[in-house]
Design a protein around this ligand. Structure first.
Ligand SMILES: [Zn+2]
Length: 209
């Protein structure tokens, strides 16, 4: 059974937001068209407390997009974004979010960032999504959203690690692209066995499933 995982379509990741992905909102109509084709729909929501360890502002002298060593490894520092309860953390108003059955919040532990929908950035703290999907008989994931090179990539890689077949919907993702990180992300995902698909090919695929 297939599930659609919609990653972080939030105001702060869209144009005008604190950590805007260039043209991030252009994928929303594509996602809205796809969402009704899936029996299981999960929305993830980046959801940070004030003073989160992934914010450059939490580390004196550090600027956004610099890196820092945290207990679990290297962490990119970001502008403050998706702070719990702010409008920046809300889903983009154009997103067809009513179809979402599970809203999975991540990044709410102050000391650990969470790009992936499955594991936090320490790669050991689980979100519980794998169990949720497996309990519902899901074996195949179609992933879309923001950003290709961070939360989408890590969710796709961890999906493979958890034993799912994983498709990333090429025209329903957009990236931040720090030093060609989008191209590197596609390479890494494909090497791990993630498949690329375009939205118009999904109806056919679902019909065959
Ligand atoms: Zn974040």
């Amino acid at each position: 059974m297939n599930a659609f995982i919609i990653v972080d379509i939030q105001n702060d990741f869209c144009p005008g937001g604190a950590l805007a992905v260039h043209d991030g909102d252009r994928i929303i109509p594509v996602i809205n068209k796809l969402v009704l084709q899936f029996d299981t729909v999960v929305l993830t929501q980046d959801w940070h407390p004030d003073g989160h360890s992934s914010f450059a502002s939490s580390h004196p002298g550090k600027q956004p997009y610099e890196t820092i060593e945290l207990s679990y490894g290297t962490q990119v520092l970001w502008p403050d974004h998706c702070v719990q309860g702010t409008s920046g953390a809300d889903f983009h108003p154009d997103l067809e979010q009513q179809a979402g059955q599970l809203i999975l919040r991540k990044g709410f532990r102050k000391g650990i960032d969470s790009y992936s929908a499955f594991y936090e950035n320490d790669q050991t703290t689980v979100t519980g999504l794998s169990g949720y999907l497996k309990n519902r008989g899901v074996d195949t994931l179609y992933i879309c959203g923001l950003a290709t090179d961070f939360c989408v990539k890590w969710s796709a890689l961890d999906g493979i690690k958890e034993g799912f077949s994983v498709y990333v919907v090429e025209d329903a993702v957009a990236g931040i692209d720090l030093n060609d990180s989008v191209a590197a992300a596609w390479k890494e995902m494909e090497a791990a066995g993630v498949q690329r698909i375009i939205s118009t090919d999904i109806a056919l695929k679902s019909a065959l499933a």
